[in-house]
Every structure is written in C-alpha cells, then in structure tokens.
Design a protein around this ligand. Structure first.
Ligand code: SF4
Length: 188
C-alpha cells in the first residue's frame, strides 16, 4: 500500500508539492504542531460523515474506503447516494472550487467506477451554506490530464528547487516547519 497515493493529498500537491514532502516527514508527529483553523473546520465537516451521521437512508454509502489499482490511489468517499447514483464530497466552506479539489472528487469517482459502482453525477456540498455545487463527470481528455497529474505527483523530487509563493506560505499549515520560507503562518 506504500505506493498508493492518498486521495486527500491531491489538492495539497497542487497548492505546493513540497507540502507533501513535509506531510510525509511530520505525519508521525503530534498533529497539533501543524493543524490550523481551516483544516480543523474541514475535519469537523467530515466527522459527521465518518461517524455516519449525515444520512440515515439505507441506500446511501458513507465514508466508504475506495481504491484504484489503475491509478494507484486510495482513500475514502464522503457520501454516495444510491438512489441517484450521486457521489458527494462535503466541504465546510467553498468560496472557490480549486482544481485540486476537483481532482480529489475525480479520484473518488475513478476508484468507485473501477470497483464496480455506477456513478452518474458528482457534487460538492457546502455545509456552512447548505448548498450543492454540481461537478461534471470527467471526460476522456480530463482523465488524460488527471493521469499526467498523478504521474507528476508520483515522480516529484523534493530536492528540485521550487518557486516559493509567500502568500501561499502564510496560509500553509507547514509554514512554521518549512525550510523554504521565513514567513509566519496567519493562523498562529
Ligand atoms: S511553507 Fe511554503 S514552501 Fe513550505 S510547504 Fe508550505 S507553501 Fe510550500
């Protein structure tokens, strides 16, 4: 399983690939060292699903572990509405929908379809506003782009210099632990 990429890290890789390296270095340590406010809100949004409180319908699947041999991905879905064949990812707040978040939803979709589930539609559900945001099913061209992204992720070398964006660093949960910046994390 070590070679499988965790779906939850795809958005972080786009935000800054070096953060994935730091995540792997510090994942065994005390998570209060780096967990900042947005991540905590995100985790609370997911806790309802992880504890299977978000829906009582028997046809719905929640927090289902998923895997793709083809893409080398593993993770968990939030909610699959069996009646509608709809895959939903809950977010606390969605001011913007980033490409990395869409990649995470695509990754869940690709895992589910490889596992034999029928998925007809995708959406983000914003818990703070109670709004559903539909996302198109990936096209053939989208899947080629996604495959290239996974290849880049898998072959990332943390030794290769990166372009450091101070604004990103200030909003990065690893800011205080990162050797690439002197910025202060805005959440501290
Ligand atoms: S602090 Fe900056 S350079 Fe370091 S991982 Fe975060 S975003 Fe990347």
């Amino acid at each position: 399983m070590d070679d499988y990429i965790s779906i939850s890290t795809l958005n972080d890789f786009i935000f800054c690939p070096y953060s994935i390296y730091l995540h792997n270095v510090y994942m065994e340590s005390d998570e209060t060292l780096y967990h900042a406010t947005p991540q905590t809100q995100g985790r609370i949004a997911h806790e309802a699903t992880d504890q299977k409180r978000s829906s009582n319908r028997t046809s719905d699947l929640q927090a289902l572990p998923v895997i793709s041999e083809e893409f080398g991905l593993m993770g968990k879905i939030d909610v699959y509405k069996g009646n509608e064949k709809k895959l939903i990812e809950r977010k606390y707040q969605l001011k913007n929908i980033y490409q990395g978040q869409i990649y995470q939803l695509w990754a869940q979709y690709l895992c589910m379809t490889e596992m034999g589930y029928d998925v007809l539609s995708l959406a983000f559900y914003e818990t703070s506003t109670n709004k559903m945001h539909p996302i198109p099913i990936p096209t053939e061209a989208d899947i080629i782009r996604f495959r290239n992204f996974i290849h880049a992720y898998r072959n990332y070398d943390p030794v290769v210099p990166i372009t450091v964006n101070p604004n990103k660093c200030r909003h990065c949960i690893y800011c205080s632990l990162c050797d690439k910046t002197e910025e202060e994390n805005v959440y501290q």
